[in-house]
Ligand binder design. Structure first.
Ligand code: C2E
Ligand code: CA
Ligand code: CA
Ligand code: CA
Length: 277
């Protein structure tokens, strides 16, 4: 940047500084978010496309800061990863999601599963497997009701170590979903080595179902997933047309605004009761 002349350099520097300040502010407020009860979970239903039955929910983190207001997870999770706050936050998410699912079962809504997003930073920890099993024990949730969502970013990290942890969790009956599938860099040969049970087709492929000259990548992904013995979920389903298309491809599950937006914890039971009435 220096060679581009002083003006360019200064502009660049100012922007960097502002970006850095924003991150510092977010990090500062996030540091006390758990203790101050500012975090909560919303739950978005996943539905079995054939039967229309509720398969379970994906837990999605929400942060309402008294100073910053609602901050999107898309912005604060990256920051939490960089400063490693994602470790205690991720553990908080898992514990609360498992506790809530166990409560649903106790209220007669048996069989619902919970899918929880896991950051690659968490997966790199030596005691990750132990942490997950401890939370299952403490909350009393059986492993077959838990699914972990990972992304292709794990391919950039210690692949061997991470896949052996995932493999041992899978052996216990925990589901492993590869999230945002199709947006990353994984080759199909890598995919075969990963101990996963589910592919989640990224929303961008679902959006393009409606586009003219759609190349139907979504249906190719369903076919590939099924050939590999995996379940396939479509995320970000917003329209009846998308649903109809996905039904024809034999996709297994759908998730998206067409079914429901993510629901605050306190409203989940009412939503389920209304849908299953
Ligand atoms: P994701 O895992 O891909 O989650 C799906 C995102 O798409 C969610 O955004 C959800 O609200 C949104 N969404 C679902 N259906 C639709 C739809 O039909 N249309 C549209 N336009 N959007 C839809 P959200 O809740 O803002 O979360 C954003 C991302 O933040 C998540 O993407 C995930 O990567 C991350 N995230 C959220 N909670 C956690 C968490 O507890 N831990 C970690 N590590 N990451 C999380
Ligand atoms: Ca996810
Ligand atoms: Ca996703
Ligand atoms: Ca996505």
């Amino acid at each position: 940047a220096k060679e581009e002349g002083k003006g360019t350099y200064v502009m660049y520097g100012e922007e960097m500084q502002r970006h850095f300040d924003e991150r510092m502010i977010v990090e500062h407020h996030l540091r006390n978010a758990i203790a101050n009860n500012e975090l909560s979970l919303h739950y978005q239903p996943l539905v079995d496309i054939g039967s229309g039955d509720i398969w379970g929910f994906e837990a999605l983190l929400r942060w309402n800061s008294p100073v910053l207001g609602f901050v999107s997870p898309l912005s604060f999770i990256t920051i939490a990863e960089d400063c490693r706050l994602i470790v205690p936050i991720g553990e908080w998410v898992l514990r609360n999601a498992c506790r809530f699912t166990k409560e649903l079962h106790a209220q007669g809504y048996e069989g619902y599963r919970i899918s929880v997003n896991i950051s690659v930073i968490q997966l790199m920890l030596d005691d990750f497997t132990e942490m997950v099993l401890t939370i299952l024990r403490e909350t009393g949730l059986a492993p077959e009701y838990l699914e972990l969502e990972i992304t292709e970013s794990i391919f950039m990290e210690s692949f061997e170590a991470i896949s052996s942890k995932l493999e041992s969790l899978k052996q216990k009956g925990i589901g492993i979903a590869l999230d945002d599938f199709g947006t990353g860099y994984s080759s199909l040969s890598y995919l075969k080595q990963l101990p996963i049970t589910t592919l989640k087709i990224d929303k961008s492929f679902i959006d393009s179902i409606d586009a003219p000259n759609n190349m139907s990548l979504a249906s190719s992904i369903v076919t590939i997933g099924h050939d590999m013995g995996l379940n396939v979920t479509a995320e970000g389903v917003e329209t009846q047309d998308q649903l109809a298309f996905l039904e024809r491809t034999n996709c297994d599950k759908i998730q998206g605004y067409f079914i429901s937006r993510p629901i605050p914890e306190k409203e989940v039971v009412a939503w389920v009761a209304a849908r299953t009435a």
